[in-house]
Design a binder for this molecule. Sequence first.
Ligand SMILES: Cc1cc2nc3c(=O)[nH]c(=O)nc-3n(C[C@H](O)[C@H](O)[C@H](O)COP(=O)(O)O)c2cc1C
Length: 284
Amino acid sequence: MSDTFVSSPMRDNWYQSSSFYGSSFALITSVNEDGITSIGPYQLSFPFEVINERSWMVVSRPGSNTATNVKRTHKCALNFIEYDKDKIQTILEFGFPGQTPAEKDAYNTFDLIDSPTEGRASNTIYPKIMKDAFQVFECTLDVKRIEENPILRDSSSAHLLLNIDNILVKEEWVPYIDGTGDKMPSVPMTYGFRGASTFWFGDVNPAYKLPIPDKGAKDDVVYYEANRLDDEVKFTREACKELTGIPPTFLRQALMGILGVAKEQGLTKIDRDFVVELNKQMNG
Ligand SMILES: Cc1cc2nc3c(=O)[nH]c(=O)nc-3n(C[C@H](O)[C@H](O)[C@H](O)COP(=O)(O)O)c2cc1C
C-alpha cells in the first residue's frame, strides 16, 4: 500500500461516505402510539458520560421511528446481540427507512419479551426488550439537558441524549465483565451504507486479553482502580498517591485489603492518613 495520503471530499454522512468507520451498533427498541415495539439499528450510538452520570448518545435521522417514539415516550432500550450471520439480514431490513413498526414486525425473527425490571413491563411507554440480547441498557431521554444544549437542540440530526437507568446483562455473561475469565461476547460490526447500494457488516475474531503494560502504578491508575471496587467506600486522590509503589499485578488485591479494613471500621472515605497508618501497622 502506498504511503501517500490524499484528501477525501467531505460529504453528508461523512463517516460512511468520505471515510471508513467500523463499529458495533445497538438495536434500539421503542414503542409507537399503538403500543407496538419497533426495532431500529443504530451505529452512531456510543457511551457519552461514563463517570457519575451514565449516559449514551444516539445520532439518528430526525424522522426515524426511534427518534419519534423516544421523543414521545422518553423511554427506549438499547439491545446488543452476538454475531449471527442469519440475523444480519433481518437487521439490514430493519435499517431500511420508512417502515412502520407493524411492517417490521411482520418479518422480525427476534423474540421480544417484557423487561424483568420492576415497573418496566411493556406498555404504550416502555418497549419490549430482545430475548437474544447479551445485554440491554434501559434508558430515559434527557429532554431537559437536550433543550439546554444548542448543539443537541439545534442539530439537523436527532441527537438523543439518553440517561442509562438500568444495565441488564444475561446472567451467564456477568462473570466475564471483569475480564478475569476467558470469554467476551462476539460483537457484530458494521461499516455502514456505502456506494448507494450496499451496507457492510463484519464479524470479529474471538477477543483476547493482554496484560496492562507494567509502567508502575501511577496515581491516576490507582485512583481509577480503587474507586470502582465499592459503591460506598471511596479513596481520596491523596490516599492513591501513597499507593503508587504497588506492582500492577498485586494492585487490585492490595486495594481490596485496604477496602476490607475500612469497611470493618465503617468508613466511607479512605484518605492518606488511613493508608499511612495501615502501612505502619502492616510493616510493624
Ligand atoms: C447496522 C445499521 C446501522 C445504522 N446506523 C444508523 C445510525 O447510526 N443513525 C441513523 O440515523 N440511521 C442508522 N441506520 C439506518 C436506520 O436503521 C434507519 O433509519 C431505520 O429506518 C431506523 O429504524 P426506525 O425508523 O424504526 O428507527 C443504520 C442501519 C443499519 C442496518
